[in-house]
Design a protein around this ligand. Structure first.
Ligand code: PBG
Length: 323
């Protein structure tokens, strides 16, 4: 035997030397849930360790994360039902607590990167990402709403707009709306291949944003398809996306790899709420070794081709690097 792969595994130093993939804190975006009010920190039942924060507490949390080396966050608003309507009008209202929070966070921490969510569902009484007319999610009439929402977020100081709605043509529409309003430097991270997945369950609990009727299959992608992801990639690229995203991550590692090999754009993957919940639950039961399984999960997403990972594990991962 003249070839023995085990020689490159014989000591820690050699293993470290030949390691092909690293997850670093600079790759991670930490999702944070925001509620209106003061002194709130409400744990999400299906996501132990993840909270809905009021702004005062969120600022403290962000400061702690920055201290650990995390500098990028994606913000999601949990909106009171009283503010929800069919047009998602609260999303561009001037007294929207989400917009106020963006302003204040950027003022306090100008160096952090903040990403938003653009979609109607947190603000919609129908719980859909687009406008519902006679039970149908109408595409083109949704676009001006998304455009307006994005411009308001840009005005508040957001760095990256995150359209998670999957309407056709929305990246181009949002790009034009931003440019017309003078926000040519605001980026777009498009949810390019977002699948109609069961793994969003805990997130919908966190925001109380589940669809009131029907499902999201007329806009989110069929989990069986990957050529269609390339079609979405082509469109988002032509429409001016700065990053392209695959979501969820774990069941779609092949899609991440496919997208990575077909674009020059940075590729992001969203390690979603259900993936977090699953691993947390198994760890709590003692059925998997959480402290090893969690970094392995992030590593696999990176190895598949993701440059950027949106993950609820970010803070714990950062804490692990310290110890
Ligand atoms: C909705 C949105 C969802 C997530 C991010 N934005 C859920 C959905 O499409 O129903 C899911 C994130 C997660 O599960 O962690 N615009």
């Amino acid at each position: 035997m003249n070839i023995r792969p085990r020689r490159n595994r014989k000591s820690k130093v050699i293993r470290d030397m030949v390691r092909e993939t690293q997850v670093s804190l600079t790759d991670l975006i930490y999702p944070l849930f925001l509620v209106d009010g003061f002194d709130k920190k409400i744990e999400i039942k299906s996501m132990p360790g993840i909270f809905r924060w009021s702004l005062d507490n969120l600022l403290i949390e962000i400061e702690e994360c920055v201290g650990l080396g995390l500098n990028a966050f994606v913000l999601f608003p949990a909106v009171d039902d009283a503010h929800k309507d069919t047009e998602a009008s609260y999303s561009w209202s001037d007294d929207n607590f989400y917009l106020k929070a963006i302003r204040e966070i950027k003022q306090r921490f100008p160096e952090v990167v903040l990403m938003s969510d653009v979609a109607m569902d947190p603000y919609s009484s129908d719980g859909h990402d687009g406008l519902v007319r006679n039970g149908v999610i109408v595409n083109d009439e949704t676009l001006p709403i998304l455009g307006r929402m994005a411009v308001k977020q840009a005005e508040a100081g957001i760095d990256i707009i995150g359209p998670s709605d999957m309407m056709d043509g929305r990246v181009g529409y949002i790009r034009e709306s931003l440019d017309e309003a003078g926000y040519t430097d605001v980026s777009i991270m498009s949810y390019t291949a977002k699948y109609a997945s069961a793994y969003y369950g805990p997130f919908r609990e966190a925001l109380d944003s589940a669809p009131k009727s029907g499902d999201k299959k007329t806009y989110q992608m069929d989990p069986a398809n990957k050529m269609e992801a390339l079609r979405e990639l082509m469109l988002d690229t032509e429409e001016g996306a700065d990053f392209v995203m695959v979501k969820p991550a774990l069941c779609y590692l092949d899609v991440i790899a496919l997208i990575k090999s077909n674009t020059e754009l940075p590729v992001a993957a969203y390690n979603v709420s259900g993936e977090y919940a699953m691993l947390k639950a198994a760890g709590e039961k003692g059925w998997v070794d959480y402290n090893r399984a969690m970094p392995e999960m992030l590593l696999s997403i990176k190895r598949a081709g993701a440059d950027v990972i949106l993950t609820y594990f970010a803070k714990e991962f950062a804490l692990m690097q310290k110890s």
